[in-house]
Design a protein around this ligand. Sequence first.
Ligand SMILES: Nc1ncnc2c1ncn2[C@@H]1O[C@H](COP(=O)(O)OP(=O)(O)OP(=O)(O)O)[C@@H](O)[C@H]1O
Ligand SMILES: [Mg+2]
Length: 603
Amino acid sequence: MEETKNKSIGFKRRINLSVKMLKQAWRLRKRSLITFFVGAFLETGGSISAIYASAQLSALLAKFATTGSTVGIWYWFWVLLITGLLTGLGFLTMSYAKRELYFVFVRWSTNTFLKALTEIDLPGFYDDTIRNQINKVAGSYTWQMSNLSEANLDLMYGLIRFVAITAVVSQITWWIVPLIAIFLVPTLISDSKVANLQWFVWDQKGDERHTFWGLEYIIRHSKGQMELRSSQAAKYVLNKIDTMNRIFYSEQEHRYKKARPMLIGSQVLENIGPAIAGIVVLKQFLTKAISLEKYFFITGALIRIGGALNNIFGTVTRMQEPLLLADSYFKLLDEIPKVTDSPEALTLVAKTTPKIKFENVSFTYPHQTDPIFTNLNLEILPGEHVALVGENGAGKSTLIKLLLRFYRPDSGRILINDQDLNELTIESWYSQIATLFQSFNEYPLPISENIEIGRSDQKSNKKQLEQAAEFGGVDELVKQYKHGWETVLDSSFKKGVEPSGGQWQRVALARAFYRRANVLILDEPTSAIDARAEYNIFNNIFDHYKNKSAIIVSHRFSTVRRADRIVVLDEGKIVEQGSHQALMKKGGLYHELFTKQAEGYRD
Ligand SMILES: Nc1ncnc2c1ncn2[C@@H]1O[C@H](COP(=O)(O)OP(=O)(O)OP(=O)(O)O)[C@@H](O)[C@H]1O
Ligand SMILES: [Mg+2]
């Protein structure tokens, strides 16, 4: 993805984004957008009429003071009152429509962004450029996209008002509008420069922001707090966070300070235009070149034009930050590397359990130099229960990630029923498998949903839910819970409980079982589960998954020994494979690892 460094966005892109936002608003809620424009025209018409009525009334009042004539006074008084009311109503209508669209945009931008994240090609999360882009957008998109939509509408309103007032005033004096506009230009430039600062710093200090969020997350969650407190690391982490913030914000402050003289200068200039106009018009009146009504009308309009221009320029400035965000937002959506199927991808048709074959697979993680696998070969027959063992870092989880196509081999192929995994639609492959990862998800949802999410594309099935729960050893938990299946697995909820580590793992296992897939992939499924439950769970797997394949990674030889075949990985190479008995007889790495663990259990 192209790194968008120190950018201020060009005029064309601005217009492009504004139009994009308006189109989006139209798509999301036509009614609100129409209401908004009705309000804008009502407000504009009302306010111009009000200036006119006010000028007439003021002149008549002045006349009354000298001549005592009351003709027309009450008429213009009522006109003024009604136009004032219309203006107010117009304004209210606009605000209402804007608010509606604000909420709609919050929902839309959240859904769109989060959906894009679920489609991103996994290595993207490990790429610092993409990571920074994601973090940058994630930090403020929920409100900034809505802010932009709101500011965008304000701009439309500002333009309508400006054009209308200018059209009216130009009939009397043509030069006022350009005069005021010229003196506002420096403000526009300096304000937009300041708004650019934050984004500039963001791109420079992406690592600091990322560290900040990682640490902030730990502090915000109870699990993080426990270790933080007992290891007395709170102060250290708080300091670290402060350091990250200091680096981030002191850079901004520094740049902001440098911009200050420019800001003050432009503020002074901004007032010069209206001042000159005021002097000229007053002189015209004093030399009787214009009438009193005209004088009142022009000065009234002068203030409004200044206001309208200021509003437009202010809105343009206010839009700067959300525009930069939107620019990143849309770029991210457009350019993010997505999980893709090849155009000719085939749907895997597997009525029965498919065969899996790694054929000369070599793989290196992105940005790394040393390969994890070189020419790895492995075949898993339908219905086979294979255990993967090996020391930490041997490549067990990596093998699973390749099998799930989170990463693709540098060379070689992974074949599913003799079809290259790269040439299958990923959804058709995923529908065949159920996984339990080393770090599984703990959904803050009821226990029933925590399991049923394993097959969320199908209607929930109570019988299957109960069976999956039984297989995972969750049934006994549900019985104990006061709220049964409704119990939320997070004790900060009123109906909640906090499962223990092993209880959570059982729930995650039940979730995998509930999927009823042909291929079960379990990475350390019972690392936190007690011996008795583990025994039962594996009995269930080995007894009930006769026609289904299982790939089980485990450091526990009590589970491993029952597999049909044990594959021993060492530094990315398969060093041995066979049944428990065969490998023990061989006296290699498996024998060594097994004996070491067994020694620990002897007297
Ligand atoms: N996203 C990644 N980017 C770069 N290197 C990685 C990544 N994930 C894992 N590795 C490296 O790949 C090697 C194999 O890791 P893997 O997770 O496959 O080991 P494992 O056999 O599952 O170990 P464990 O028993 O500890 O779970 C390790 O050296 C690890 O540092
Ligand atoms: Mg692992």
